[in-house]
Design a protein around this ligand. Structure first.
Ligand SMILES: [Zn+2]
Ligand SMILES: [Zn+2]
Length: 252
């Protein structure tokens, strides 16, 4: 196989790993407490997210909780209902950064995620983490193909996260109330996040697939880790939030 194809595939693989850790650790574990991870696994997730995304966990959690607190109304950091689909699909990262860099918002929405010594020494230094990640790809593939792989990862990661917030509140099925939508095709690409209407209906559910014909690609890995005793799941079964008590139609 030509080296350039291998580098592109490596970039896509890194992107999938980062998306998987974003949904399992930042989203389901930290933001919604749907999972509880053993300390070693938690540290491993933080480390890999650090070198693949440079995201500061408490900032991601604060932006996301603000989205749940003001879904598609004034105050939502990235609502396509308010700002239009294209603005969120392509401007999501800018919208994220505006809220993530607001210290008062982070203090308010992520007060349960204090800065610890790991943050002070490693994880708050985003550029160091990203340099390690990109440096690793350059060591593996040489600097040209390493940068290509890093570029593929960056573009697809930002685009797919934009799609979760933009497509996921604009196009697709709505088995539960609200503007959020389910798109199984997007769930395949985003480690389950495309089942976004389900998630808004049952935000503390560790499994984002609620309907019979839905599949959450992260769930098998979570189930295996649970059987191995690496994590615990908050609920087994469907726990709908008070705002979304009824399934109004069967998902396609
Ligand atoms: Zn949403
Ligand atoms: Zn959420």
């Amino acid at each position: 196989m030509p080296e350039v194809i291998v580098a592109v595939l490596a970039g896509l693989a890194v992107c999938q790993l980062a998306l998987f850790l974003t949904t399992v650790y930042l989203h389901r574990t930290l933001a919604h407490r749907a999972l509880r991870l053993r300390r070693g696994l938690s540290l491993a997730c933080r480390s890999v997210l650090w070198i693949t995304t440079g995201i500061k966990a408490r900032q991601w959690v604060a932006v996301h909780r603000k989205h749940h607190a003001h879904t598609d109304v004034e105050g939502d950091p990235h609502s396509p209902v308010l700002r239009g689909y294209l603005a969120v699909q392509f401007g999501n990262v800018g919208m994220y950064r505006t809220v993530a860099n607001d210290d008062a918002t982070v203090a308010r929405y992520a007060r349960d995620i204090p800065v610890d010594r790991w943050d002070r020494v490693l994880f708050d230094h985003s550029l160091v983490g990203l340099s390690i990640g990109i440096g690793g790809l350059c060591l593996m593939f040489g600097w040209r193909l390493g940068l290509l792989a890093a570029g593929v990862h960056t573009v697809t990661y930002l685009f797919l996260n934009g799609a979760v917030n933009a497509v996921g509140h604009r196009f697709g099925s709505r088995p539960y109330r609200g503007f959020a939508t389910n798109n199984q095709w997007l769930a395949w690409l985003t480690a389950g996040e495309g089942l976004h209407n389900n998630h808004h209906a049952a935000p503390t559910s560790a499994n984002l697939a609620l309907g019979r014909h839905e599949f959450d690609p992260s769930w098998p890995a979570i189930s295996v880790a649970r059987r191995l005793g690496w994590l615990t799941v908050r609920h087994v079964g469907i726990h709908l939030s008070a705002q979304d008590p009824e399934r109004t139609e069967v998902a396609a």
